[in-house]
Ligand binder design. Structure first.
Ligand SMILES: *[C@@H]1O[C@H](CO)[C@@H](O)[C@H](O)[C@H]1NC(C)=O
Length: 216
């Protein structure tokens, strides 16, 4: 009976860990990142807690508009652990998103985070696509004050279909969510993936692949 209980506990524990979508629970009040440390851990080494200051938990600048003068008309201003060392081990971060009229945050995924977004100005058409085999597009038009969640790992995007600028703020469930922008990853890798491979994979003429590779 004891053995059975033990087995059940073990299975329950394994299940708990396997479905956990958040980063590991901190083992101390905080662990302000020390970017100068030579030691590498899963996250960043902690600064001496006695030397910690308020500025280690602080970032200023999300009131500033991002520069959207680029091909996609979009700019993200991240507040990840690289910008705010106090986020280290806390499993959370933030980003400001600016969109020119028709500007788009192109299809991308965050390998380590779910994202919850709210519109501060303007409106946004947002969406994500579920995994195979359904590949269902879940999409909605958001106005100021609306909130939308993009589940971890799924490909998603936002576009400003309005004639004025749009602004959103999003929170992410990782200190370092990672961004994989599909076009840049596929057509802009370094070194390039063979154009013949991409032509076959995407069922495109090789000349189109070469054109796309020149863009990204
Ligand atoms: C915005 O970015 C563009 C393109 O990089 C640059 O030419 C322009 O000077 C920038 N504008 C501001 C206000 O920084």
């Amino acid at each position: 009976m004891a053995a059975k209980n033990f087995l059940f506990s073990f299975v329950a524990l394994a299940f708990l860990f396997s479905v956990s979508a958040s980063e590991p629970k901190p083992l101390q009040d905080f662990c302000v990142a020390d970017p100068t440390a030579a030691v590498k851990v899963n996250g960043l080494v902690c600064k001496d807690p006695k030397l910690v200051q308020a500025n280690d938990f602080f970032f200023s600048g999300l009131h500033l508009e991002g520069n959207t003068s680029n091909a996609v008309g979009f700019k993200a201003t991240p507040v990840f652990v690289a910008q705010l060392p106090g986020l280290n081990t806390l499993g959370i971060s933030m980003v400001r998103l600016d969109y020119a009229p028709m500007g788009i945050n192109p299809p991308h995924t965050h390998p380590r985070a779910t994202e919850i977004l709210t519109v501060l100005e303007g409106s946004l058409m947002v969406g994500f696509v579920t995994s195979a085999p359904e590949n269902q597009l879940i999409t909605k038009v958001l106005k100021k004050g609306d909130v939308f969640v993009f589940p971890i790992g799924l490909v998603h995007f936002q576009q400003n279909l309005g004639s004025r600028k749009a602004v959103a703020i999003a929170a992410l469930s990782s200190q370092n969510p990672g961004v994989i922008t599909l076009a840049n990853t596929v057509f802009g890798s370094n070194p390039r993936i063979s154009p013949d491979s991409l032509a076959k994979a995407f069922q495109l003429d090789k000349s189109i692949v070469i054109m796309l590779q020149a863009k990204f």
